[in-house]
Design a protein around this ligand. Structure first.
Ligand code: P6P
Length: 344
């Protein structure tokens, strides 16, 4: 074959399945689908492309750094936190497929105005944003629920406060060395990598499964003195078995690596966060849906994350999520290790 024909063959090679084509193909498995969920996923991926552009040049457009205040969580609010929140809310409001939006950055849920739509979106627009200034991977996490209130009426808080088992879809975007979007609609987990030159996400990780066991554990060991005795016992065992400690300080990045390689992410209760730091609705539930669909497990130490009924929008819970055998080991350590008597 001539060099010219080799070039033609290379240049005309298939580019792969785009996210939008995959979503439409998947819709065929839902006979009752009217395309609304597909459009909702497309709206989320569109906002992610814009955030990806802003994240990748944060230092150049002065979008890194804080806004000089705190968000409703009492955490320093970064400029890109606000930008991401606005971008996702606008994409969802204008896309017309979400009637309510619950965001980590907003105290109350937003009535998106689309009262004829069937879906609710809960999201953390930019998780780990304190890492923006030091060029560490950050992420977006989202959950999609069916509304419970009648179509055509304003959304209610009960539409948002649903257990994770009610999710119809969830996913995350990792703005890392490459930008990947991973999501599930309950038919397995698929990952897509962003090709900036074409402005498209392409299927790169079909049918994702997480290993039953792993050798990576992710936890902020700086909180060691606060941890329950069972967690300290588990960590002692991890060291004895020479497991690998990897903690990026960005949940989506730690979760994604552990999903691919096998591992566990732990955020136990601490003195500063007695119910754990992570939020049930838009961090724990969406990742729990994904990890279970990929063959893993997610628990708060005693309960399956997806079965926890939220009592409030920004409810926090401890999170142990990842390879099934590793999560079981943590649950057993918590069960088998009594707390020492409190010091007088
Ligand atoms: P700590 C980021 O604020 C975040 O919500 C997760 O992305 C991350 O894993 C965790 O908190 C880091 O918390 O207390 O270890 O700094």
């Amino acid at each position: 074959m001539s060099d010219a024909m080799r070039a033609v063959e290379r240049l005309s090679a298939p580019v792969g399945t785009t996210l939008s084509r995959f979503i439409v193909q998947e819709q065929k498995h839902f006979p009752e689908a009217l395309g609304e969920l597909s459009q909702l996923l497309a709206d989320l991926s569109f906002a992610a492309k814009i955030i990806n552009r802003d994240v990748n040049r944060a230092g150049l457009i002065n979008s890194d750094g804080g806004v000089g205040g705190q968000n409703v969580q009492g955490e320093e609010q970064m400029k890109l936190d606000v930008v991401a929140d606005i971008r996702f809310a606008r994409a969802l409001q204008r896309g017309g497929q979400a009637c309510a939006i619950a965001s980590e950055e907003m105290e109350n849920f937003i009535d998106a105005g689309n009262h004829e739509s069937r879906y609710i979106v809960a999201l953390d627009p930019l998780d780990g944003s304190s890492n923006i200034d030091v060029n560490v991977a950050i992420g977006t996490i989202f959950s999609i629920y069916p509304r419970k209130s009648p179509i055509g009426t304003p959304p209610q808080l009960d539409d948002v406060l649903q257990p994770g088992t009610e999710q119809v879809a969830s996913g995350y975007v990792l703005y890392g060395s490459s930008t990947v979007l991973v999501y599930t609609t309950g038919r397995g987990v698929n990952g897509f990598t962003y090709e900036p030159s074409l402005g498209e996400f392409f299927l790169s990780h079909p049918h994702m499964r997480t290993p039953e066991n792993g050798r990576i554990y992710s936890i902020n060991e700086g909180n060691w003195n606060d941890f329950p005795a069972g967690i300290r016992a588990y960590l002692d065992g991890a060291r004895q078995r020479k497991l690998t400690a990897r903690y990026i300080g960005s949940l989506v990045a730690d979760f994604h690596r552990n999903l691919l390689k096998g591992g566990i992410y732990l955020y136990p209760p601490t003195v500063k966060a007695p119910s754990g730091k992570l939020r049930l609705l838009y961090e724990c539930n969406p990742l729990a849906f994904i990890v279970e669909q990929a063959g893993g497990t997610a628990t708060d130490g005693t309960r399956r994350i997806l079965e926890i009924s939220p009592g409030e929008l920004h409810q926090r819970c401890p999170l142990y999520i990842g390879s099934k055998q590793m999560v079981e080991q943590v649950q057993n350590a918590l069960k088998d290790t009594p707390e020492p008597p409190s010091q007088p």
